[in-house]
Ligand binder design. Structure first.
Ligand code: AMP
Length: 485
């Protein structure tokens, strides 16, 4: 998972991108980077760590120019290293180009092998670099056609921002797997593009609309235009964005993430309600679903676990040993809420089961009489190949264990998951507004309109194994041997 942010036409482009990335920090904490353009030249700075650490004020000062793109990363392809940090920026025969990518390509290894056979030299193991090579090799004349040509060869998920000295291009893959939206500073010609619209709020930008699946938005001196280089296919937006990944203050493709999560909790209470004294969330991601659960079940909402905000999202750390340590570091129980109580605990997902197991133990140690675990999505059985960092199938506890076996493993009194149809319905019914203007059809889309999000518009592969884009595992032959210390 990653976050991208870009701005075209503002004298403080680097500063606003810094703020935009800060608001997208939940999408990745391993590395951050910004590339700016002054109209003739690109400037780049990238580093490992959080946005606030990578960009001290003097560093931002050096990133001059009115256009910028930025990226926050956590590795889903290519490992955690500075050379894989983004944006990737290169000089090629026709100029300079920078790319920031959210998503995962499913045929990157195969493409890379072909490119290397033809003599390409790669500087990173990131799948995004493949796009840069394909772009540089394209024989198309116009810049847009070269982007389209490169992207017509890749498969998988991509929400991309591309910066050249003169223009910024935003592209969302034909299935719209990862989110991407367009905004504007009110009353100006300054456009912004981001993974999530909550990042617009911090810089006082207004949300214009989602960038539609398969749409390429080109922003330059002439203005803003949409191009549709790919054949239209069915939308498959990742529903896990609503369940867990996106910020609750974001509205993605016309659906309020917060309302969607509350609906998930309400549905969970209807489907798997149980007599109890209190309902508590696993903070922070479980909070909105717990509010919904409490409302529907009429149980008091309490805080039974307090989260330290001074550690990152522990799951994101790629090393197993750090993650185990992190759960302890992150959550602490409040025994006053728990002592002698029958407690319902709501979380969004169980991946390996390690977090839930530790939480149940922590709650019992703090005095809870009974612990009933409720999960606001179905059992996660299949890995994601489109940009969410899930482990291999063998590590996903639900791929080889029944709900009852998982219940025994995590030592809860009962465990229940939300059903697939209820999850999808909860998200769709949280649509609060039209997705914006459909530039492809050039028609306004009203809520309830056929063209808007509907039940079949989502990728649900991690629960069903129905992958909308085929993924054939390719032996990875590209381990980096060069250690740049
Ligand atoms: P686990 O301990 O492996 O079962 O992880 C479950 C916890 O990780 C839950 O509390 C989820 O909120 C969280 N989680 C689920 N998916 C992800 C993800 N892709 N990245 C980070 N955290 C996640």
């Amino acid at each position: 998972m990653c976050g991208v942010f870009g701005i075209y036409g503002h004298k403080e482009a680097a500063n606003l991108t810094y703020l935009g990335l800060h608001a997208l920090q939940h999408r990745g904490q391993e590395s951050a980077g910004i590339v700016t353009s002054d109209g003739s030249q690109l400037s780049l700075h990238r580093g490992m760590g959080h946005v606030i650490d990578v960009f001290p004020p003097e560093q931002l000062e050096r990133l001059g120019g009115p256009h910028a793109i930025g990226h926050v990363r956590y590795s889903t392809a290519g490992g955690s290293a500075l050379k894989n940090a983004q944006p990737i920026a290169v000089d090629y025969a026709r100029g300079s180009i920078a790319v920031a990518h959210n998503g995962n390509l499913t045929n990157a290894e195969a493409l890379r092998e072909k490119l290397e056979e033809r003599g390409s030299i790669f500087q990173s193991t990131s799948d995004t670099e493949v796009i840069v090579h394909l772009f540089a090799m394209s024989r198309q004349k116009s810049f847009e056609d070269r982007v389209a040509d490169a992207l017509s060869q890749v498969q998988g998920a991509y929400s991309l921002l591309i910066l050249t000295p003169e223009s910024m291009i935003a592209v969302r893959d034909p299935m719209g797997i990862r989110p991407l939206c367009l905004g504007r500073l009110p009353g100006t010609d300054t456009y912004v593009v981001a993974s999530e619209p909550s990042s617009f709020d911090l810089i006082d930008a207004e949300y214009v609309r989602e960038i539609e699946p398969g749409e390429m938005v080109v922003i330059n001196q002439v203005g803003v235009k949409s191009v549709w280089p790919f054949a239209e296919v069915a939308r498959h937006t990742c529903i896990f964005e609503y369940v867990y990944f996106a910020r609750p203050d974001s509205n993605i493709d016309g659906v309020s993430v917060y309302e969607a999560r509350k609906n998930l909790g309400r549905a969970l209470a209807r489907e798997h309600g149980i007599k109890a004294d209190v309902v508590i969330p696993v903070p922070d991601s479980g909070v909105p679903a717990t509010i919904g659960y409490a409302e529907e079940s009429k149980l008091p909402f309490e805080l039974g676990l307090v989260r330290s905000h001074y550690v990152g999202r522990t799951f994101i750390e790629p090393r197993q040993s750090i993650r185990h340590f992190g759960v302890r570091l992150k959550l602490n129980p409040i025994s006053a809420t728990l002592k002698g109580k029958v407690v319902v605990v709501v979380d969004d997902s169980i991946i390996r089961g390690t977090t839930s197991r530790k939480i149940v133990k922590m709650l019992r140690d703090a005095g809870a009489k009974e612990v009933h675990m409720r999960i606001s999505s179905p059992p996660t059985k299949w890995p994601c190949y489109y940009g969410i960092d899930t482990p291999t199938r063998g590590e996903l506890i639900a791929s080889s264990h029944s709900v009852e076996e998982i219940n025994q493993y995590i030592t809860s009194d009962t465990l229940a998951y939300l059903g697939l149809d209820s999850m999808i319905h909860s998200v769709v019914s949280a649509r609060t507004e039209a997705t914006g203007r459909s530039t492809r059809r050039n028609l306004p889309i009203a809520p309830g309109d056929e063209a808007s999000l509907k039940e079949s518009s989502f990728c649900t592969a991690c629960w069903t194994g129905n992958y909308p884009i085929k993924f054939t595992p390719h032996p990875r032959q590209h381990q980096m041997r060069l250690l740049d210390l």
